[in-house]
Design a protein. Structure first.
Length: 346
């Protein structure tokens, strides 16, 4: 199946909740949406009387991600969301723009399933899986939180960037990222999160995420898939995507690292000297969608394409229209003309 949708709540949506966004995406004739985990904060509070005996995943007022349980002078951090809360516990909760509780996420999952809108989650755009500072630990936490929400939301993937090389060489950066992504996929498995971590191709030379780098990690670390950001790749490779063959070559290189379906981003892009300058609408710039549409139709493989364009849902619909036109032309060419019957034949 081929799905199109926006990176976030549609700009035309009157409401700004995820529920409003899902409904609006459906009404626009789109079938995918990427929820943005950009305003995430944690706070700790004492467990209240109504919380005692309740599993964290069922607390209606908060999205609890950890229990802090004190035993004498020691603290135990419990991340099992099926562990009932006890008197004296402190609850660490996540506040985000996606939902206020796991119950709400499960309700959104039911709604999205009914409307046939495939959901995904994107972690904050400024990430660091290379360094040793606080930002690295926050980045790791964001991917963990994204996984917890994705599990309840029924999301198909948790998408993340990996950060700047900084002072590290590409080889050292890759080693550190493999170690940290491996740690995260093990954490996902421990917590029953079957959602893959999607590693997004980057659009600048100083940011980790070249095609070969992402491919290598996805080959080595189970539980990861490549996120094919065509605009990023096009910019980083000096405008390489021109013809259907160019798109096919990229998709061929990454197909074996997927779970049998591509997850991708597309937009227009301005670039210079191997670096992305900014995203644009699809009609601007030198990255065209028509050659990709031709490649998609010929390949006949499942793909979800998220619009990161400033026009967001408008360009998601524009891509859908172009793909339908390309598909119609292909079908028209393949229609065989039935030969006329010879005279006297029945």
């Amino acid at each position: 199946m081929i799905r199109f949708g926006p990176a976030g709540i549609p700009l035309s949506c009157k409401g700004r909740t995820l529920r409003d966004g899902i409904e609006d995406v459906h009404n626009l004739g789109l079938t995918a949406m990427e929820a943005q985990l950009v305003r995430a904060h944690v706070q700790e509070r004492p467990a209240e009387a109504e919380d005692i005996g309740v599993k964290p995943r069922n607390i209606a007022s908060d999205m609890v991600i950890e229990i802090v349980r004190r035993k004498g002078d020691k603290e135990e951090v419990i991340s099992n969301l099926d562990e009932p809360v006890k008197k004296g516990d402190h609850l660490v909760s996540l506040t985000s723009g996606i939902a206020k509780s796991y119950n709400e996420l499960r309700g959104l999952r039911e709604m999205a399933d009914e409307l046939d809108v495939a959901l995904s989650i994107h972690t904050p755009y400024y990430m660091d899986l290379v360094g040793e500072g606080e930002l690295c630990f926050r980045s790791m936490d964001s991917i963990r939180w994204g996984g917890l929400m994705a599990k309840e939301l029924g999301a198909t993937v948790v998408v993340t960037h990996m950060g700047l090389y900084g002072d590290a060489s590409p080889k050292v950066a890759q080693k550190k990222i493999i170690e940290r992504i491996t740690e995260l996929t093990k954490w996902y498995k421990k917590h029953g999160i079957g959602v893959p971590i999607g590693l997004e191709l980057s659009g600048r030379q100083e940011i980790f995420g070249g095609m070969s780098e992402v491919s290598k990690i996805c080959k080595e670390v189970s539980g990861t898939i490549p996120v094919v950001n065509f605009a990023h790749y096009h910019a980083r490779e000096n405008g390489i995507l021109r013809e259907p063959k160019d798109f096919n070559d990229l998709l061929d290189d990454l197909w074996e690292q997927t779970d049998g379906e591509f997850y991708a981003h597309f937009s227009g892009v301005e670039h210079e000297a191997g670096n992305e300058k900014r995203f644009t609408s699809i009609k601007k710039g030198d990255l065209r969608f028509e050659p990709l549409a031709e490649a998609i139709v010929e390949r006949n493989q499942p793909i979800t394409i998220i619009s990161g364009s400033p026009l967001l849902e408008h360009d998601a619909m524009y891509m859908k229209v172009i793909l339908e036109r390309v598909l119609a032309k292909k079908v028209s060419r393949e229609v065989k003309v039935v030969p006329k019957k010879e005279k006297g034949s029945r």
